[in-house]
Design a protein around this ligand. Sequence first.
Ligand code: GLU
Length: 423
Amino acid sequence: MTVLSYVSDQADSAWSTYLAQVERVLPYLGDLTRWADTLRHPKRALIVDIPLEMDDGTVRHFEGYRVQHNLSRGPGKGGVRFHPQVTLEEVMALSAWMTIKCAALNLPFGGAKGGVRVDPRELSIKELERLTRRYTSEIGSIIGPQQDIPAPDVGTNAQVMAWMMDTYSMNVGATTTGVVTGKPVHLGGSLGRVKATGRGVFITGVAAAQRIGLEVKQSRIAIQGLGNVGSISAELFYQAGAQIVAIQDHSGTLYREDGIDIPALLAWQREHGSIAGFTQAQAIRHQDFWLKTFDILIPAALEGQITEDRARSLTCRLVLEGANGPTLPGADDILRNRQITVVPDVICNAGGVTVSYFEWVQDFSSFFWSESEINQRLDTIMQEALDSVWLKADSLKVTLRTAAYAVACERILMARKDRGLYP
Ligand code: GLU
């Protein structure tokens, strides 16, 4: 195994987590193992400088990235993250998880991801627009509807995608809606895209709960992160009769024994920008979130949140990974030994990229589907993906994560093998 010169040897990094996950699937790949090293090598990584004129006239520089991890099965696909802690290595891991995710769902894409090291909350709307446009222009040579299709992720949204689409279109001289997904619906976006990731968490969560004999109605749920994924998941589980007892975001942690009133909390969040100050639940200490009693945990924030210590003390029976890479490899082992079922990120949060795929197809054909058609197709794809991964896990006697990797890596490496090496 070769080690990349531009990667740190930090044990808890997202890239190390990804490599450890790949290591676990190797025994199940048979002859395809010959090609497995390709999974450890991102195909292409672009680092760009983004000089930005601030509203006060000063100029600041931001670091941006676009990584195409693997393109064996199709164009690159994956979001763009605006976050102050983004690094090249993190984006590499996120792009690799997209490769696995698209293959696990059998979407005709490779994996890619982008990011800018910036706190978007500190920028004015005009600064955010200029940053997005310059970033898009800088990565313009490697993206495109047939090359690599960005989408929203942490810190970006439909408006950011509209600016990206416009900038790319201006540069190539033709309106090119299919260059990004997650756009506003009136600009070639897809109905159902905004809610798709949360909806996927809910669909796979209900199916997984049923399989392990857990009743979703009246179950107790804890959710970390109340962004797009966390809030939609919270809403759907709440509507299904579950009690959301604990919620954590960047501003604090809330707890209510009988379940938090989710519509009231989301209204509060819309008005105040965070959950801080919401009085219809008790504010508790950050670390106590992990010690409360609940049946289902939904990490829907950033990577590396479920550490070994936290895995040892968790009381739940089911973990639904709304975030990408929330569980460290050591914690994964502890959860397995404690018979806590983990629906891995590459299946659980794949609803977003699945509807992104629908959006891309709709843009190509210029024919748009109804929301119920989209939701039905999404439900079917997610159910079938979970079913086949569950079957694989049972037959190999491995975790759902390793089973998902087995299904995905087989598809990726078959494509690699059959395409062969050029030249
Ligand atoms: N950022 C989302 C993810 O991590 C969606 C990516 C996409 O739609 O391309 O899966």
